[in-house]
Write a new protein. Sequence first.
Length: 429
Amino acid sequence: MTSYLVKGGNKLSGRVNISGSKNAALGVLAAAMAVDGPSVIENIPQVIDISLLLDIFRDLGAEVEMVGEDAVRIDPRTVTSSEALLESVRKLRGSYYLLGAFLGRFGKVRMYLPGGCDLGSRPIDLHIKGFESLGATFTMEENGVVSLEAKELKGASIFLDQVSVGATINIMLAAVHAKGMTVIDNAAREPHIVDVANFLNSAGANIRGAGTDVIRIEGSPHLAADMTYAIIPDQIETGTYMMMAPLTGGDITVENVIPTHLEPLSAKLREMGVTVEEGGDTIRCYMEPGAKLKATSFKTLPYPGFPTDLQPQAVVLLCGAEGTGRMIESIYENRFQYIDNLRRMGANIICSGKLAVVQGGNPLMGAPVEARDLRAGAAMVMAGLIAKGETKVQNVYPIQRGYENFVRKMRSLGADISVEGPEAVRPAW
Ligand code: EPZ
């Protein structure tokens, strides 16, 4: 098991280049399997989730080859079966995009229900409801196998009674092959949904409204590919590094970002007394001399609200702020599990249901903690940055699933962080 050892007390300062968005890449790569030709996808983060998905594509018979430092060429034409009964599918929640991609392309699909971070039940009922609206028949088989089949996919009006990133993308992946117009109402608006729609449109699809809560998809029987597409920068990686500046009293500029994607966080940081300066593709965060980091209240919401994937990091920031802060987690039913680790470090946090109340200003002490999931793992490292002594963040595999070159980037900003145990054995790209 690999651990990160973090010694607290350093101010983090400098410039850090942000990688491509893991969650956008998972959607766009699945879309590359839904079109009828090869495509080159650039700015893909070298993280375990992406390697796992590319290995699944290879096992399904697709041609997948590295064509550059962060680019991969995918040709799905060699995939002839619509079955994805691979054990690796169970480990990666993002593999569920194959449901929409294969249902659209083959008219049927059979695969294992996917797994994912331990953030509660995380059902896919909204995905299935969308596919059934398009004319598919859903069957839950034994051994966790789901199957969908449609004689013909027909455009439909679909209202998502809960905003869902995955369901919005998955329905889009099927609807591009349906006959006629599909309207997704109450759609998720995350930047990575726009990325998937832009990729599909560059392959000849006709999708309008991505990024708003109503997306219109005119089905087309043939989606020619043979193009190159670059993934957007990772807004969650960006926000994670942005918060490290005020947390440690440093001065960090994140590069290769889209500032508008970070507006929900930038607004809250300014509320807390942080100076946030936006450039064309950069954001600089620092505290003016004499400025104090003040607590505030957060509530996670679908985009453009405050992202749930920055919730654990923001709770650590509140631990370092003056006053009483509040975090309401409205997306997941149990995304506060990591807080018992912060308490072990001396944090004063009371949780009740969806609310966590953080009494800031308590000095944290280094302790052995666990990376419960991808974002909570990064938050544990952040807590170590301001803790007295050494914090051992154990089982960092979840962090390596979604943060590219995490240790190298942290060291480049001045963090005292070292690795104990084997480097993650990342499947070859
Ligand atoms: C995506 O998960 C992200 N993962 C998550 O990021 C992120 O936390 C989440 O969106 C919200 O922004 C990927 O993109 C691979 P949802 P997803 O469908 O699509 C409930 C990370 O750290 N729901 O928007 O699974 C669900 O249980 C990960 O990178 C249903 O009830 O999220 C949740 O409470 C963690 N039925 C809420 O909706 C469904 O059919 C939002 O889920 C689908 C979802």
